[in-house]
Write a protein that binds this ligand. Structure first.
Ligand SMILES: Cc1cc2nc3c(=O)[nH]c(=O)nc-3n(C[C@H](O)[C@H](O)[C@H](O)COP(=O)(O)OP(=O)(O)OC[C@H]3O[C@@H](n4cnc5c(N)ncnc54)[C@H](O)[C@@H]3O)c2cc1C
Length: 150
């Protein structure tokens, strides 16, 4: 849930790019396609979770992927939008900024979201070990108490 719908997504930046003319830029269109594909993949993963819950099953560790996708995309999308705004991208005042500063606000929040509720690295470890079945990370403190580590 923590990575659910954190802020502007591909749709918001697509609308903004249309209004600013950036939509014609090939490099931007390629990024937009990547954001869209990942968002659709995440949406279908969420549907699988909802189906599992409706059948009384417990959703699995694959849900760790949600916050990795959404928090990283939020940072990337907002960064792209701010760059698109050129020097106006510096303005965070809602009354003065392009698109009411929605990209600026979320850009400041995105790094925190990549930490809160489990960092990117921890979530990737969960996916690697519990979803893909890769060997465990080295854990020198496994099965040891904190006192034994000192
Ligand atoms: C905006 C925000 C809101 C928060 N809200 C809450 C809240 O409501 N309730 C709450 O209890 N906590 C909250 N937290 C705390 C949050 O859960 C922790 O900050 C987070 O789990 C990371 O733990 P840590 O800060 O101890 O970092 P550490 O665990 O010390 O990690 C430091 C760095 O080392 C990396 N690292 C650590 N272990 C490994 C490993 N095994 N493999 C690879 N890399 C590793 C991490 O990815 C990170 O980059 C919040 C944090 C933020 C930023």
């Amino acid at each position: 849930a923590v990575g659910g719908s954190p802020g502007p997504d591909w749709k918001e930046i697509m609308d903004y790019a249309r209004s600013s003319g950036t939509i014609a830029d090939q490099a931007f269109r390629a990024k937009l396609a990547d954001w869209y594909v990942a968002a659709q993949g995440y949406k279908l993963t969420k549907f699988r979770t909802q189906t599992a819950l409706s059948r009384g099953e417990t959703p699995g560790p694959e849900n760790a992927i949600g916050k990795i996708i959404n928090a990283n995309h939020l940072q990337d999308i907002c960064n792209s939008a701010i760059e698109m705004q050129d020097h106006y991208g510096l303005i965070m005042d809602k009354d003065e900024a392009p698109a009411d500063a929605v990209f600026q606000e979320s850009f400041m929040w995105a790094p925190g979201l990549r930490i809160a509720g489990g960092t990117d690295e921890i979530l990737k470890n969960i996916i690697a070990e519990r979803v893909l079945g890769l060997p465990q990370d080295v854990r020198v403190d496994k099965d040891k108490t904190f006192a034994e580590m000192n």
